[in-house]
Design a protein around this ligand. Structure first.
Ligand code: MBD
Ligand code: FE
Length: 313
């Protein structure tokens, strides 16, 4: 315990800082501000943080905001994953066991991707790469197909960049919403993504470098699966075999989210798809929980990083 906080003038100061000595404002905000500012004071004391160090930290947070990297810093310091673990716990307590595991949304989803029925092609044909067919079924916990679920999918290109954030890609490249058919099935053709790396000169990477860490993610595909009457699922699959599979800077890899990648090179398979190079196939089914009247919603409201070209779409 901190000596400074034990002494009553500082304790009194903390109450005044957080407005605990007045009747106005928001009680929950006051409690949380008192805790966070109190913990900061304790940290400053314990590590004898100098004013110069403190102002460097303040300038750092300013830079994170100016670079629009809050959405990278939060997963990088593991907090987005911690929020997932808390949602998991809450669901377990509410009796939701099993189903496809959630994992972090990340900062790069863009609302309103083009909607297709049953199947889609995600890439716009401007890039060369390994063709990937991904398909599966959306089912409920009883194994029954969920027709008309919407599988919103987004992923990086072969260089690890995402449309709207990577100006070299056309709007909506590698982003679609695919509505499941009467059997709950979805299917899409795309290009095998590469892993993502943090902007090397940005503030998030600078912090991680100071921690002796890299800013790499394994190759992955993001999903937001929604269906009326079912709990929304935000998840990802990782590409098996990636060097960073279990070394993700964002801590998002989960055991049930690493489906096998099947490689095809038989001439009849290539012909069937009109391809002249080997391709990859991933089968992955989503299992959703039916929504109940009492459980709290898994839907997370959050701001998204500004997507510079969103208007141009
Ligand atoms: C990504 O593609 C991503 O998924 C996360 C979580 C963070 C940065 C980039
Ligand atoms: Fe991602």
């Amino acid at each position: 315990m901190s000596d400074l906080l034990q002494n009553s003038p500082v304790k009194n100061l903390l109450d005044r800082i957080a407005g605990l000595d007045n009747e106005m404002g928001n009680p929950r905000l006051k409690q949380i501000v008192a805790r966070v500012v109190g913990d900061l004071i304790r940290t400053i004391e314990e590590f004898d943080v100098t004013p110069t160090e403190f102002w460097a930290a303040a300038a750092y947070l300013t830079e994170v905001g100016q670079a629009n990297e809050m959405g990278l810093l939060v997963p990088g310091i593991g907090l987005e994953h911690v929020l997932d673990l808390r949602l998991d716990d809450e669901e377990r307590r509410a009796g939701f066991e099993g189903g496809t595991p959630r994992t972090i949304e990340g900062p790069l989803w863009v609302d309103g991707a083009p909607l297709s029925h049953g199947e889609a092609r995600l890439d716009d044909g401007r890039e060369q790469g390994e063709v990937l067919f991904m398909h599966g079924q959306v089912r409920d916990m009883a194994g029954q197909p969920v027709a008309h679920a919407v599988v919103d999918v987004w992923h990086a290109n072969t260089l690890g960049g995402y449309s709207f954030f990577d100006p070299s890609q056309a709007p909506w490249n590698l982003r679609r919403r695919v509505e499941t058919d009467a059997e709950g099935r979805y299917r899409f053709r795309t290009l095998m993504p590469a892993g993502y790396g943090l902007p090397p000169d940005g503030p998030t990477q600078r912090l991680l470098t100071g921690l002796g860490r890299h800013g790499r993610r394994p190759a992955h595909v993001h999903f937001l699966v929604t269906a009326p009457g079912y709990r929304q699922l935000t998840t990802q699959i990782n590409i098996d075999g990636d060097a960073y599979l279990h070394d993700d800077f964002a801590f998002a890899t989960r055991d049930d989210l690493i489906p096998p990648v099947v490689r095809h090179d038989l001439p009849e398979d290539l012909n069937r798809h009109g391809l002249n190079a080997p391709y990859a196939e991933i089968a992955f089914d989503f299992t959703l929980h039916a929504e109940t009247a009492t459980a709290s919603s898994p839907v997370v409201q959050r701001q998204h990083m500004p997507a510079p070209q969103a208007q141009a779409a």
